[in-house]
Design a protein around this ligand. Sequence first.
Ligand SMILES: *Cc1c(COP(=O)(O)O)cnc(C)c1O
Length: 235
Amino acid sequence: MTQLEENLHQVRTRMAQAAAQAGRCIQDIQLCAASKTQPADVVRAAAALPIDLFGENRVQEMCEKHASAAYGSKPLHFIGHLQTNKVRLVVGRAEIIESVGSAKLLASISAQAQKQGIYQQILLEVNIGGETSKSGVSPEALWTLLEQAQQTPAVRVRGLMSIPPSCSNPAASRPYFARMRTLFEQAKRFSSDNIAMDYLSMGMSADYAEAILEGANIVRVGTALFGARSVPVNG
Ligand SMILES: *Cc1c(COP(=O)(O)O)cnc(C)c1O
């Protein structure tokens, strides 16, 4: 077994344990491999393993790996901070853009999707910890953003995503995950032609088990699969 296979086995085992503890079906929970900084050959090897999808943070890096077919047949999500001037490179390449936290980005994605004649699936990113350093809509402003999304023809909102404040101990993340779960349930009231609250994306290497206990159905795991990143990457 390669190190990656061994790590994946451990992550899958813990995911299954958390799902069982929560009385949930493991098939309902997707593992997103957060592959930022990982070279194309590592990603290609991972694509052959039981990983549900890939998540990338940087547009340029994603485009390069996408061009070399590193993700194989696995879906690709964009999970990083997205600037409006790079939207055209991500729309149509990423199956879901998870990190949409403003009306401006929403409008820009919709305009680009319309230009390409496609519908772009997105998640709305919620800044659940109210951190000034993080992007995402505040919980209070989520409802206005959902109303805007209802009027935005070329996007399909599929759920919510969040990155809670980094906590020294994983149990400390649970209240944030629980608040996200509540918002997710409340947001289901906004279901319409282009809004379906299917996905709740939360939990990373340190706390994906806690996220599953609180209802996550996509967990985004990098370090626990690929090992520590040598190059630090922001958002
Ligand atoms: C890097 C990253 C992850 C994975 O982080 P790890 O701690 O390495 O598991 C998940 N989500 C986002 C948005 C990220 O940028």
